[in-house]
Design a protein. Structure first.
Length: 425
């Protein structure tokens, strides 16, 4: 994956001298250079790369005012200094939903010949204003097929966004999503539970394309060795420390520290709750190193015996859960539709209710039993690798080939199917 101006990229450089490969624009509201840290950015790269590997030419747009030409043969690129957006005022301005939408839309519409000959527009919908970008793009450039990838469901998104600004925003989001679903030629989502909700709410079938990690990251995680015998048992968490999401976990850890002399807890991440957590819970055996990334994450995972995921959001898949599984670590987590697709209680991990005693019992059962930790970790790794080995490209190609009028070059042709008309819009 490389970065550059779209006008500098020629078809012959992509091994497509005739320029006939289907051209896709992929839109995301995520800051794309943060794929290691944010699930939506990771999903954006994964889906765009899958399309590219399927023989399509793909350009990925995000609100960081950059366009990314996706090439499967190029390695993932580290964040460049000019992309860090460190100026707080600029970052706050760009993070506003309507601003992000306009930046992405303007970027896509300004690409000249590429945009004119685009075969399909792919929108990764994670709530909010980005659905307006897809709707406006479809109006302004009616030739492309519209592919809507739903990471989340409108009602769940609205519930998470209630505390921001004004509650009436939720109704706008639902309306925009409803219109976008009706205009979409293809619907994909992350798990079977989401597909069922989409069918019930909108009467449309969505194809499940599960979340997945990049190839190089999976290989690296799969190469981590099983923890060796040592005097301590290390419990690891990584994620955003905000909205009180770790209050329960840290209270349970403090209880267990008193009765488990071998236990050490490492909580990695940053957020509005970090200082409060440090003041209330930090000790010699409960540490808060802050946010970690890159090589440091692998070092921390190598030292971990047990990994905890709170799966506080039911939208999409907790990527850290996939990483923990690929690393072969024993996992404690809570039940959600995404977790059900990955972990069976007592088989690939321990799934418990988010209640104090239940969580304490689940963690204690692994702290006390290293053989069980190794057994669950091995099964989790086996499951993660098996799921990752599934090639979803054939399913993606079949989706497009099933469209009436699809010829691989972007012309709808005879028999063009208008989903908006079918739905009565």
């Amino acid at each position: 994956m490389i970065v550059g101006s779209l006008h500098d990229v020629l078809s012959r450089q992509d091994g497509d001298p005739s320029g006939k490969a289907p051209r896709f624009l992929v839109f995301s509201s995520a800051f794309l250079f943060r794929a290691e840290r944010y699930a939506e950015a990771a999903r954006s790269w994964a889906l765009a790369t899958m399309l590219e590997k399927s023989g399509f030419r793909v350009f990925l747009f995000g609100p960081d005012c950059r366009g990314y030409q996706v090439r499967s043969s190029a390695p993932a690129r580290s964040q460049a200094p000019e992309e860090s957006l460190r100026h707080p005022s600029l970052l706050k301005f760009i993070c506003m939903g309507p601003v992000k939408t306009l930046l992405v839309l303007m970027r896509a519409l300004s690409q000249g010949p590429w945009a004119e000959s685009t075969t399909a527009c792919v929108l990764l919908y994670n709530g909010g204003w980005m659905s307006f970008a897809a709707w406006m793009y479809a109006r302004l450039r009616p030739s492309p097929f519209l592919h809507l990838d739903l990471m989340g469901i409108a009602d769940q998104e609205a519930a998470l966004a209630r505390y921001r600004f004004w509650k009436g925003k939720a109704r706008i989001f639902r309306y925009a999503l409803r219109r976008t679903v009706r205009q979409s030629h293809i619907l994909t989502t992350v798990n079977a539970a989401h597909a069922e909700v989409i069918s019930r709410l909108y009467g449309r079938d969505a194809v499940v394309i599960p979340d997945r990690l990049p190839e190089d990251r999976m290989r690296r995680l799969g190469s981590l060795e099983t923890p060796t015998e040592r005097p301590t048992t290390n419990l690891f968490f990584m994620g955003s420390l905000s909205s009180g999401r770790l209050d329960l976990f840290l209270r349970v850890c403090r209880d267990l520290i008193g009765e488990q002399p071998r236990l050490r807890v490492v909580v990695c991440g940053s957020g509005s709750d970090l200082e409060r957590y440090k003041a209330e819970f930090e000790s010699e055996r409960i540490r808060f190193p802050g946010y970690i990334g890159g090589e440091r994450l692998f070092d921390y995972l190598a030292d971990a015996d047990i990994c905890y995921s709170d799966v506080w959001s039911e939208i999409g898949t907790p990527y850290k859960l996939i990483e923990y599984m690929a690393a072969g670590r024993a996992i404690v987590t809570h039940k959600t539709p995404a977790v059900d697709d990955l972990i069976a209680d007592g088989v690939e991990g321990v799934v418990c209710e988010p209640r104090r005693q239940d969580l304490k019992d689940a963690l204690r059962s692994l702290v006390d039993d290293k053989d069980r930790r190794r057994r669950l970790g091995a099964r989790a790794r086996e499951k993660a690798m098996a799921l990752h080995a599934v090639d979803w490209r054939a399913q993606v190609i079949a989706l497009y080939q099933s469209l009436p009028g699809w010829n691989g070059e972007g012309d709808h042709g005879p028999g063009y199917h208008d989903p908006a008309a079918e739905s009565g819009a």
